[in-house]
Design a protein around this ligand. Structure first.
Ligand SMILES: Nc1ncnc2c1ncn2[C@@H]1O[C@H](COP(=O)(O)OP(=O)(O)OP(=O)(O)O)[C@@H](O)[C@H]1O
Ligand SMILES: [Mg+2]
Length: 431
């Protein structure tokens, strides 16, 4: 029986396997420098010329290079939502979202099997990660999301499929370095969700299968890096494309906001590329206060550059973790032949802070609720362990520092802790 841990993330995915008796994170893809990375960005590109599907960095690269096709990212966000059972048209075929996630999970499995070697048997048993809530308010949709993911994994060829909460998996990874009993708060802020676990860890407990009594609380909220990108885009970039501009024929009314919210939301961008939406937008041209802004929007949508714009905004957010300002190179989106005037746009740390303030408050109030669930206060926590790409945000770090001045702070491997813990869980359950 061969086993693995699989972290299907909103932004990045990882797989852990046992190779030569060693727990190993699978090198899934080479980056542009030729270095193997253990993360595969959760992206697919359906190429309309050769009908091939690419995954990860390669998918994003082909889309960015302007190849004709459809890019899909943040597919995990659809699980637990009202679009979960829907289909989407890609070229001349309709695919269910489960089918599309299935292609991605199958590619992770196959990459891990190639890494295991031609003589190794196929992977049969998997522990998959799941956020504490796929849906914050509806337990039925939450369970349905897990059921969908289990079906997807079975269709991809796994025979045994079970789940562990992502922050608990991260806790098991961290526990390897714990030398005495401690009460740890695990904070995992990724691309889609912010998840928390309060758990008692110790060297003696490590490796026990049943940890139910050690988990004092699990909680989470459906907010993460892709929401931060959306907020930053709406605040700092969408006005460049006409969001909020007055309509001259309707005093007091502005350009409808929904086009811009969709353009700032990964899984809705393609809805704007359809002909009828372009026609609708063109009708606004005689009545907008700044025609160049609307023309920029039309040019962007006509050339299907919405995902690329979202990628630039995400990049700017990441740069703002370290620099006071980041330039969003809008010029790079439009060729020299563009008939509109385009200037690059500079985003500042202050804009990022203002755009994220409400989300960060919500995330940290959920963290407070986690402590309350266990009847504890910040003072009871020995260690705060952080993982997930969005914990690199200075605002997040500042909130943790302020809330836990006396706790030991350990920064985990931001991208691999969950996957490594899921593999440990798989070894306990199936090994
Ligand atoms: N330096 C940085 N500053 C701010 N955000 C960052 C930084 N580096 C990465 N991120 C963000 O981290 C997110 C990805 O993190 P991660 O890979 O942990 O998420 P995930 O595991 O795919 O998502 P989830 O667990 O929520 O499903 C992205 O939104 C990315 O923009
Ligand atoms: Mg994650």
């Amino acid at each position: 029986m061969t086993i693995c841990g699989l972290d299907f993330g909103t932004s990045n995915s990882t797989v852990g396997v046992v190779k030569n008796n060693q727990q190993t994170m699978v090198p899934l893809e080479q980056d542009t420098d030729g270095d193997w990375q253990t993360t595969l960005p959760s992206a697919l590109f359906f190429d309309f010329e050769d009908d091939q599907i690419s995954f990860g960095r390669r998918a994003i690269g082909r889309y960015t290079a302007g190849e004709r096709g459809r890019l899909l990212r943040s597919m995990k966000s659809l699980l637990g939502g009202s679009f979960m059972g829907d289909k989407t048209q890609i070229k001349n075929r309709f695919y269910s979202f489960d089918e599309i996630i299935g292609f991605f999970v199958a590619s992770l499995k196959s990459q891990a099997e190639i890494f295991n070697g031609a003589d190794a048997p196929p992977l049969e048993s998997v522990v998959m990660g799941r956020p504490v809530y796929f849906n914050d308010t509806d337990p039925t949709l939450d369970q349905a999301a897990e059921d969908h993911l289990a079906d997807i994994a079975r269709l991809a060829g796994f025979k045994e499929v079970s789940f562990q909460f992502e922050p608990i998996a991260a806790a098991l990874d961290y526990e390897q370095q714990v030398t005495k009993e401690e009460l740890a708060l695990i904070i995992d802020i990724g691309g889609g969700t912010s998840d928390f676990t309060l758990i008692r860890l110790s060297p003696e407990r490590h490796g026990q299968l049943d940890r139910q009594h050690d988990v004092l609380a699990n909680h989470g909220v459906h907010l993460g890096g892709t929401d931060f990108d959306r907020r930053l885009s709406v605040k700092g970039i969408m006005p460049e494309f006409g969001m909020g501009m007055p309509l001259t024929d309707k005093p007091g009314l502005n350009m409808p906001g929904h086009y811009y919210f969709d353009l700032a939301t990964w899984h809705k961008i393609h809805l704007l590329y359809v002909h009828s939406v372009l026609l609708e937008l063109k009708h606004f041209r005689p009545v907008v206060s700044d025609k160049n802004r609307l023309d920029k929007l039309l040019e962007l949508l006509t050339h299907r550059k919405g995902h690329q714009l979202a990628g630039l905004v995400e990049q700017a957010k990441i740069e703002l973790s370290e620099a006071p300002e980041a330039v969003v190179n809008l010029e790079s989106l439009f060729g020299d032949s563009a008939e509109v005037t385009i200037d690059n746009c500079t985003l500042t740390q202050q804009q990022l802070q203002q755009s994220l303030q409400n989300d960060i408050e919500k995330i940290f109030s959920t963290l407070d609720e986690t402590l309350k669930q266990a009847g504890l206060t910040h003072k009871n926590i020995d260690t705060v362990f952080t993982t997930g790409g969005s914990t690199a945000l200075p605002m997040v770090q500042a909130c943790i520092d302020a809330a836990f001045p006396d706790a030991q702070q350990i920064v985990g491997d931001l991208y691999n802790s969950v996957g490594a813990g899921l593999l440990m869980e798989a070894q306990l359950r199936y090994g």
